[in-house]
Design a protein around this ligand. Structure first.
Ligand code: 5GP
Ligand code: ZN
Length: 135
């Protein structure tokens, strides 16, 4: 399969490896937005959270806290974002599920734009109902 993260997991492409177990690979991002920007990747090829196996997701979530803590401490971060882009529209470029750990410094301005708005009357409950109906 022509998937960059599958190839990295198979050892066919070099990476700065941080951690590996049977189900999870953790590497430094090759195009960091801050020092220590890390990717936590299930070895199983899946594209999005909702089509990944529970086993892989559990394995990722099990290692995430330990990795996040080590990353933040290693680069002296004041905080970190955990980000998972699902689909092109959401900014996913590599179509193999991965979680970004992005170390943050106070006032670094990495994600300056957060386009929050307020729902008009009744819209939030309508959307919530649409979601509940699909669970
Ligand atoms: P996405 O936009 O899909 O959420 O993020 C993909 C990330 O993978 C990007 O931050 C990009 O820098 C990183 N990336 C793409 N190709 C490689 C690679 O070959 N090696 C590593 N370590 N990271 C990669
Ligand atoms: Zn893959």
């Amino acid at each position: 399969m022509d998937c960059i993260f599958c190839k990295i997991a198979a050892g066919q492409i070099p990476c700065s490896k941080i951690y590996e177990d049977q189900e999870v690979l953790v590497i430094l991002d090759i195009g960091p937005v801050s020092d220590g920007h890390t990717l936590v990747i299930p070895k199983e090829h899946c594209t999005k959270v909702h089509n990944c196996s529970s086993q892989s997701l559990s394995a990722v979530m099990t290692v995430l806290p330990k990795i996040a803590s080590a990353v933040a401490e290693a680069v002296g971060a004041d905080g970190y974002n955990i980000l998972c882009n699902n689909g092109r529209a959401a900014g996913q470029l590599v179509e193999h599920l991965h979680f970004h750990i992005i170390p943050r410094k106070t006032g670094d301005g990495v994600f300056n734009h957060w386009p929050a708005f307020k729902y008009p009357q009744g819209k939030a409950e309508k959307i919530a109902e649409e979601i509940r109906a699909r669970l």
